[in-house]
Ligand binder design. Structure first.
Ligand SMILES: *Cc1c(COP(=O)(O)O)cnc(C)c1O
Length: 488
């Protein structure tokens, strides 16, 4: 294997090809076998992790041995988040096109924090941000920035709203969320310098949507107490149930009281590409800022979030700090310097992993896939209704349904135990992975369909396993085999 004489960090052409080919063999074998792999295997994880810990190596190890370590030992012991059966939490994507884009981006390793440093590549990423704005119905002069995920996007939104609406003396500022809001919003508020007590948790209606009357009442109270209400964080797809707040109603409340309206659409936002999603999220485009997670609904790999802002000037006023050693800034929404509108300076060329698949396939493929997810969860919900003693706790508003077993006469603790057992029995079959949550004070199971690999066939398996587990618990069938353990 030949690299440039004496410089192992600069592999020659053959060596580069060979590395990629050998890695590729493992990647293809892995992806092709995904449907048969267990959907979660993390028993025995502690021993595995201990066996992998090691001090800083002085000498090298052959590449093939390292590929074995990664693919044979480290990867299999995990929640199989790339499996078609992964219906847990909010599934992420991981389309292969993005992996190729990342290889290109990391190989050319250009700097895109400042427009001037790579105007062409910066433009490709600006295109992506523009496309995201288009998807949510924002006007042409809106803008935003790609971040590592929804948490960073929510933090950036809270900091921007704080700066715009409160300035430097912000400790009397109050924020409004619902009791279903993702915890990253509270975390964002605390990181942005607010005491946790300044974050109001407003109750929801029976559809798990924020009660706007209650919201307005709380804002009025806080005003009367001399506080400074400044931000409403609405939901377009909660993590618990997929609930979409009345976004138009929230926009009205925000306008009446001159509050910043942020909508956390990390999970739900991309459904705006579909007819049904657009209907459910009417009013989204009236938000001052929107969190969208391309690593969820656009099926990209982990590490791709975004914050979109109606007035990009707000991002710039919040994040722009001068330094003498920096190159000239271009400014403006059209030719953005990402480092001036986000907390980051140096970072990867994040846009390519979104740009390449969208350009290769057009957005229609994504729209179709999201529509399919809406169909699948509706189908699953109708099937769930036919299972004896099963109640739907949250009807699907997007691609998420929540349910629990509720046999007559069982007390709350008994029910919780029963449903945890129910979930375990479903997951033990290793064809799907579900996770639960607590709603109205008791445990419930969720099915969240968002993987681009999940199709009808897998949903049928899911329902088979759910039915079988329910029958076991009702004493009509013997239990299935036990959980998969991590190898070695
Ligand atoms: C996933 C999610 C987040 C957090 O996003 P990360 O990308 O995991 O940081 C925030 N809000 C909602 C509604 C989410 O679904």
């Amino acid at each position: 294997m030949k690299h440039h004489d004496g410089h192992p960090l600069e592999p020659g052409a053959d060596e580069m090809r060979s590395m990629v080919e050998r890695a590729m063999e493992r990647i293809v074998a892995h992806i092709e076998s995904l449907p048969e792999q267990p959907v979660s295997a993390s028993h025995g994880g502690e021993e595995l992790a201990r066996s992998l810990a090691e001090p800083l190596p002085e000498a090298g190890t052959p590449f093939d041995e390292l590929l074995d370590l990664i693919f044979d030992r480290a990867v299999p012991c995990s929640f199989n988040t790339a499996s078609p059966g992964y219906l847990a939490y909010i599934p992420s994507g991981g389309i292969f096109h993005s992996a190729v884009a990342d290889l290109i981006a990391d190989s050319v390793n250009r700097y895109v924090g400042v427009w001037l440093a790579a105007p062409g590549l910066a433009q490709l990423e600006i295109n992506v941000v523009r496309w995201l704005c288009e998807m949510v119905g924002y006007p042409p002069d809106a803008g935003g920035v790609l971040l590592s995920g929804g948490s960073l996007a929510n933090l950036t939104a809270v900091v921007t709203a704080r700066q715009e609406r409160l300035g430097e003396d912000f400790l009397r500022g109050t924020l409004y969320t619902s009791d279903q809001t993702h915890h990253s919003v509270l975390k964002a508020a605390v990181l942005a310098g607010f005491p946790a007590r300044n974050v109001r948790s407003v109750p929801c209606d029976e559809g798990f949507r924020i009660r706007t009357d209650e919201l307005e009442r709380r804002i009025g109270e806080d005003h009367a107490d001399g506080l400074q209400p400044f931000l409403i964080a609405g939901n377009a797809g909660t993590t618990n149930t997929g609930a979409v707040d009345d976004l138009g109603g929230l926009a009205d409340v925000a306008a009446r009281h001159q509050l910043w309206l942020h909508v956390d659409a990390a999970y739900g936002g991309f459904f705006a590409l579909t007819e049904r999603g657009r209907r459910a999220m009417r009013g989204l485009e009236r938000a001052d800022s929107i969190t969208l997670d391309p690593h969820k609904g656009l099926f990209l790999p982990y590490g791709t979030g975004s914050l979109l802002v109606r007035d990009v000037g707000a991002l710039k006023r919040t994040h722009s700090i001068h330094a003498d050693y920096m190159p000239a800034m271009r400014g403006g929404a059209e030719m953005a310097d990402f480092c001036e509108i986000s907390p980051e300076l140096s970072r990867e060329l994040r846009g390519l992993r979104a740009w390449l698949p969208i350009k290769m396939h057009g957005i229609g493929v994504f729209r179709w896939n999201l529509d399919e997810k809406l169909d699948l969860v509706r189908w699953a919900t109708e099937e769930l209704r036919t299972i004896p003693d099963l109640e739907i706790v949250a009807e699907p508003q997007l691609s998420l349904v929540v349910f629990r077993l509720r046999p007559e006469g069982a007390g709350r603790e008994q029910l919780d135990q029963l449903n945890r057992d129910f979930m375990e029995r479903i997951n033990q079959r290793q064809r799907v992975m579900l996770t639960g949550t607590v709603l109205d004070g008791s445990f419930a199971l969720r099915i969240c369909v968002l993987s681009f690999r999940t199709h009808q066939e897998r949903m049928e398996m899911a329902l088979e396993d759910i039915r079988a587990a329910a029958q076991e618990l009702a004493g009509h069938a013997a239990p299935a085999a036990t959980a998969a353990a991590c190898g070695r």
